[in-house]
Each structure stands twice: as C-alpha cells, then as structure tokens.
Design a protein around this ligand. Structure first.
Ligand code: ATP
Ligand code: MG
Length: 441
C-alpha cells in the first residue's frame, strides 16, 4: 500500500490557535514533546474547531508506546482491550493518548491483527507511523493532525477541503471500510446529523446494501454508539437517516417489522423531545429512549398474547421480557436501564386508572415523571386519545384539595377513560432497494 504524503499547512495558514486547546491537552502535548516524542492532536477536536463547534474532548496521538506514555506522566493509566490507550489526568480532565497505529494488509501470521472471515477487524494493536495512522481513520474529516512541534496541520487526504465543503468521505474504499467495521455506517449517520455534513455519494452508496452487517457488531459496542447517536442533539435527523439507509431495521428489527404510522409519529415526537431537552440542558435517560424505540415491538407482541387469551397485565409483562431479551442480542442494554424501561411500560396502562387513592400513589412512583412524559408522546402521536395526559399535567400542579376534587370528578365521567385502544392498523415499512440518493438531512 502506498503511504500518503501529507500536505503540511503552516500555522499562519490555518485558524487553529493554542487558545482553543484545553490546558490538559496542551500539557500532554508538551509533556510528550519535551520527552523527545512526536505529539499531535487528531480527529474530532480539529474537525469541530474548524467547523466552529466546541470540542467535547481532545485526542492526542504520539510515536511513544503506551508504556513510554505512562512513564512520561505522573497520573497516567493504560486502558482498553480492543485498543490500548493511555488516559492522562490533569485535574478533572482526562486526555486520551494513543500510539500511532498501522493497518496494512491482513497478515495471517500476525498475532496482533486478526480479521474474521467476513473482513471485520477483531483486534488491531500494531503500532505504526503517522501516515499509517491516518489511513486507518474512518473519515477524512477525522484524519487531520496538529503538530505541537510547529503548530502545523498535517493533511493526508484532502481533509481540509472536505471540512470546508462539509463533506463526509471515508478514507479508502467505502465498501471495504464498512465491511472492516460496520459501526462506521452509523458513525456516518451520526456525523452527518450532528455536523450537518453531507455524505459523499461514494461513501453513501454502499450503505443501503451493507446495512444488515450492523447485525454482526458485538452488542456491547453498539450500546455506546447508540447513545452517541441519539444524544447528539440531532436525534430527529439521525432517526430519519437511519431509516433511510435501512440501518434502523438492522438495529431494531422487532420494531422495524411492525411500525405503524402512529409508531412513526411517536418515534419522531420522542426524538424532537430529546433534542429539545438537550438544547435546554435537561437530563435525558437512555431508558426513555429504549422505551420509545421498543414500544412498537412491545405493543405488537402484547397484542399477540392478548389474542391468545392472556390477561392484559400478564401479556404486557411477558411481552416486555421477550422484547428486551431479543433486543439485547442486537444492542446490549445494561440492566439498570432495562429495568427502568419496563417500569415506564408497566405504568402506561396504570396511568388512566386514577380512582380512589391510586392517583396519589402513582404520582410518587419514582418513574412517574418518565411514564407521564411517555404517555404525552403517545397522545401526541395519536396512538391513544388525548385527555389523560392533560389530567395528569393539571394534577401535578394542583394542591391537595384540588387533587381530591379532581379524583372525585372522575367518578362522574366514565371510569378510566382513554386507556389502551384505538385501532391497530399496521403497515409494513417499505424498505429501500439499492441506489437512489435520499433527500434527507
Ligand atoms: P466525537 O466528537 O463525537 O467524539 P470523534 O471524531 O472524536 O467525534 P471518536 O469516537 O471520539 O469520534 O473517535 C476519535 C477518532 O478515532 C475519530 O475522529 C477517528 O479518527 C477515529 N475512529 C473512531 N472510530 C473509528 C472507527 N470505527 N474506524 C476508524 N477510525 C475511527
Ligand atoms: Mg471524540
């Protein structure tokens, strides 16, 4: 493989200044430099700075080995199994430092680089040069380097042009790179949504066909990527793109199979809601997201059990267990979240039942607020008739006396109005065939 020559952009020809780089990152860069190593910032932080976004973190790469990095700093720790990295701590900040990695031709005899039969990389811990390190990065916009020795940018792949054009282009041959690591497909969607970049046609084309490869990614890895996907602040666009490319089907097969129009509206409303909450710095729990994303599958499964004569509560409980069990073979959901998912679901049929002292008890349930938010979304989506949500909104704002009046007033209306129901017309979501440029974004 021919190694790329970098285009070196000197300090006076690019806008990145040391003032924009965190103190801790500068300490690490200078620490390595003073110890005689090469040290560069790389990846997302440079892309973000050049796009006018405040980077979440600064990643450093060096020609020092993990052991050498560890010896250079007082508070450093080697971590990672898939990739060995060093975490260097300065105050509250942790800087991730990696050794340049190579990714050449697969070599059967090389114990440190293993490919599975379908071309996926299982482990890659072969140290290399900066040129090799650049080649194994995912997108050109993530393959730019900032040298602390002379403050120059090193551009191996037209990264600067792509950042300026707001264009996501995979390094190398797109289909090969997706096969090596299918997670790159959802990273393409994540960056397109988060940065409002376009996916270059050659990088976009294989997505439709290769989306099912997502099914082969270890579930544990997908949970983290999932959170990054939906908590980027651009969950709405993300959902649209995932569905357009068929990635949603691969990530949430049980839901994708049964999606109705109201389910689609529910998911969209939930994503809009998530983006709004993040924009307001309000907390967002992954459990709520999973409760939404798996709700269509849950309803379908519950309906099946009901058809078989099971009691509603039993059917819900059984369906919940099954839907979660199936989903975790795709995306690992830590138990601390899946138990909350089940509580949110479990409360749905209980929220309309407000007689006697039930309302007073429900409102103190630790998941009441999440379940209530969820109910509002279902009403907004038209899955159930509106009414109960507004009642609960009023109830939470009412004082003790007014609350008693509200519960008493219920007695006159039909008991437990607005429960489960409305027709469950289903349509199979149409699948996209190959080709065709999607107009999402
Ligand atoms: P973010 O701002 O969302 O953290 P990022 O670009 O920093 O974006 P990370 O997941 O933190 O993304 O990864 C850091 C860098 O590591 C990327 O910029 C990219 O160069 C490289 N990288 C990450 N994941 C992959 C992958 N699956 N294949 C190839 N390179 C990757
Ligand atoms: Mg990052």
């Amino acid at each position: 493989m021919r190694l790329p020559e970098p285009v070196i952009i000197p300090r006076d020809q690019h806008p990145i200044s040391r003032k924009q780089i965190s103190r801790a990152a500068l300490n690490v860069l200078y620490g390595l430099h003073d110890a005689g190593f090469e040290a560069f910032l790389v990846g997302g932080c440079l892309r973000d700075l050049l796009t006018g976004i405040q980077p979440k973190d600064f990643d450093v790469v060096t020609n020092a080995t993990p052991e050498e990095i560890e010896r250079t700093f007082r508070r450093a720790r080697i971590i990672g199994r898939r990739f060995r990295l060093v975490h260097v701590r300065f105050g509250p900040e942790v800087i991730e430092v990696a050794t340049f990695r190579a990714l050449g031709e697969a070599d059967e005899s090389d114990d440190d680089r293993r490919h599975s039969h379908d071309g996926q990389i299982l482990r890659d811990n072969v140290y290399g040069s900066i040129e090799e390190d650049a080649l194994r990065r995912d997108f050109t916009v993530n393959a730019l380097y900032y040298n602390i020795a002379d403050f120059a940018l090193y551009d191996f792949a037209g990264s600067m042009d792509d950042i300026k054009a707001r264009r996501l282009r995979l390094m190398g041959d797109p289909a090969t790179r997706y096969r090596e690591d299918p997670v790159r497909m959802i990273r393409a969607v994540r960056f397109a949504a988060k940065l409002d970049f376009d996916i270059d046609p050659a990088t976009e084309a294989p997505l439709y066909e290769l989306a099912p490869l997502m099914g082969q990614v270890p579930p544990a890895r997908l949970f983290d990527e999932m959170l990054k996907l939906f908590l980027s602040g651009q969950a709405q666009d993300t959902l649209k793109l995932l569905q357009e490319y068929g990635l949603f089907d691969a990530l949430f097969p049980a839901t994708a199979e049964v999606m109705t129009d109201s389910d689609q509206r529910l998911l969209e409303a939930a994503m809009r809601n998530t983006d709004r909450r993040l924009a307001q710095d309000k907390p967002v729990t992954p459990a709520f997201l999973f409760a939404v994303l798996l709700w269509p599958a849950l309803r379908a499964r519950q309906a099946m059990h009901l058809d078989n004569g099971m009691a509603p509560a039993v059917a819900l409980n059984k369906a919940a267990g099954q839907v979660i069990a199936e989903q975790v073979s795709q995306i690992a959901i830590p138990r601390r979240f899946s138990s909350v998912v089940r509580e949110i679901w479990d409360l749905q049929p209980r929220l309309p039942r407000r007689h006697g002292n039930r309302a007073g008890q429900l409102v103190t349930h630790p998941r009441f607020r999440a379940a209530y938010d969820f109910l509002l979304l279902r009403e907004e989506a038209g899955e159930i008739a509106p009414g109960v949500g507004q009642w609960w909104t009023d109830y939470q704002e009412a004082d003790e006396d007014a609350r008693e009046d509200m519960v008493r007033a219920l007695g006159k209306a039909a008991p437990s109005s607005g429960g489960e129901g409305s027709g469950r017309k289903r349509r199979r979501r149409r699948r996209r065939g190959g080709g065709g440029s999607g107009g999402a974004g």
